[in-house]
Design a protein around this ligand. Structure first.
Ligand code: ZN
Length: 465
């Protein structure tokens, strides 16, 4: 993939900053580097990432900011590499035709969904889930054998929360074709559509997607004007822990969280779909970085109570894709994301898959990425039909209460809810609480803090009795 990029991983020369082209730099993913980037409001969390490195846009603004802060500049650039020499030139070289070549334009995306809905009326229901700010439909295609009833598992497959991540629409479209063209031909596909409901939203942010495809390739957000700027980052606007970490309050930022939680129609559409279909499992495709990710994103201080399930299926998909599986916060903390909300508020097993090595991979890479992603989704359809069944095991229940304590404690936003959780914990023996903390791999300082709270609750109760 992108030999152009790979061969350009050269050490940064001291004169590099004199170049005019916008570059993408790759720096070690350290707390120090993240702090510098955050202080300068240089966004790193919307480019490539791994536990080892972070990419950020090294444009004129970044160069000026770093010129003024020599210490920061020296620290940040001392181990940096150039990941992309010239962002514009790279983007221009990827798709040379006006019809976007193998990539789908907005019109082609819509036409393709309609064509497949028309072609397979017994297997599909097509609807618009709502209209965006620029009055575009958000198309939703439900795929299932309508003749089979029963309590079907529901899966949500999404693309293009972020406009410039074109490949993230190609994968859901390819999956749609695979499922519909192979029903009755491939046993595994037939079984999936007989027993499950697959709901595909190839492009949840069509306004941003249109803008990226026709006007500004690197556009990320939606297109709703807010304050003096345009656009909200749809993957920072979900309600759960909104605005607490790794999301910008600044409307001009690429990771702008929006004026309030769930302010954006695209986000409301997703929650409405969840309420309608009661999804068991969900996948949101993004690009780039070759990662399979799962909650939590808002904190790295605990794993989720369902971490083992997330890890099991995450690793299996990672193996199929050749991608690295991990909890989101292993990269950095970010709040208001799709995964955290669907999992925390609705109990959905939710993954984000970061496809490929650039937002828009070369055209000849589209098919291999789609084929592997289809395999990974088939794995998930067959193995994650009811992945998080009701579990009354006391140890698991305790982990759930602790998970809620952390939710309300890490960024203290709901004292009464916290009090209820703490009083139920205060009735348990310390050993049971400790065991649950071990299960969540809770950070030591947080354990001490929670035991302080619990002990205060206990002495308060003793005083009252
Ligand atoms: Zn994204």
């Amino acid at each position: 993939m992108l030999r152009r990029i790979i061969t350009s991983l050269l050490a940064l020369s001291p004169f590099m900053h004199l170049q005019a082209a916008d570059q993408v730099l790759r720096v070690p993913n350290t707390a120090e580097n993240r702090m510098i980037l955050e202080q300068l409001e240089l966004e790193h969390d919307c480019y490539g990432k791994s536990p080892e490195y972070l990419d950020f846009l090294y444009d004129k603004r970044a160069k000026n900011l770093l010129e003024q802060r020599n210490t920061f500049r020296n620290i940040l650039l001392r181990n940096s590499k150039v990941y992309v020499e010239d962002v514009d030139a790279l983007n221009r070289s990827l798709v040379t035709r006006d019809d976007l070549g193998k990539y789908h334009t907005l019109e082609e995306t819509e036409a393709s969904i309609k064509e497949y809905a028309d072609k397979y009326p017994d297997l599909t229901i097509l609807k618009s889930a709502g209209n965006t700010h620029e009055n575009r439909n958000v198309w939703v295609l439900e795929i299932s054998n309508k003749k089979t009833g029963g309590d079907k598992s529901s899966f949500l497959i999404m693309g293009s929360h972020h406009a410039r991540e074109w490949i993230s629409t190609e994968v859901p479209l390819a999956l749609m074709k695979h499922l519909l063209d192979n029903y009755g031909k491939i046993d595994a596909v037939t079984k999936v559509l007989d027993e499950s409901r697959i709901v595909i939203v190839p492009m949840v942010n069509p306004d941003g997607s249109a803008h990226s495809r026709t006007k500004q390739r690197m556009w990320r957000k939606n297109r709703r004007p807010v304050a003096s700027s345009i656009g909200v980052d749809n993957n920072r606007n979900y309600a759960f822990k909104w605005g607490t970490t790794g999301a910008s309050p600044n409307p001009s930022s690429d990771t702008y969280r929006g004026p309030e939680p769930m302010s954006e129609i695209e986000n409301q559409i997703v929650v409405n779909l969840q309420k309608e279909y009661d999804f068991d499992t969900a996948v949101s495709f993004h690009s780039y970085s070759e990662l399979v990710l799962w909650p939590w994103g808002y904190t790295g201080k605990i794993k989720s109570k369902d971490h083992q399930v997330f890890e099991k299926h995450g690793k299996a998909m990672g193996q199929i894709l050749g991608y690295k599986p991990m909890q989101i916060s292993g990269l950095y903390e970010a709040s208001g994301g799709f995964d955290d909300m669907l999992y925390a508020d609705f109990g959905v097993l939710t993954y984000t898959i970061e496809l490929g090595k650039w937002f828009v991979p070369q055209e000849n890479e589209i098919d291999p990425i789609c084929e592997k992603s289809i395999q990974a989704m088939m794995y998930l359809f067959e193995n994650a039909k009811n992945p998080l069944p009701v579990n009354q095991d006391p140890a698991y229940v305790t982990k759930g209460i602790l998970q809620n304590v952390v939710r309300d404690l890490v960024i203290d936003d709901n004292q009464s809810r916290l009090d209820i959780s703490l009083s139920s914990l205060s009735l348990l023996p310390d050993s049971a609480i400790q065991l649950a903390m071990d299960g969540l791999e809770m950070e030591t300082r947080l354990r001490d803090q929670i035991f302080d709270y619990i002990n205060r609750h206990r002495s308060f109760h003793r005083m009252q009795n």
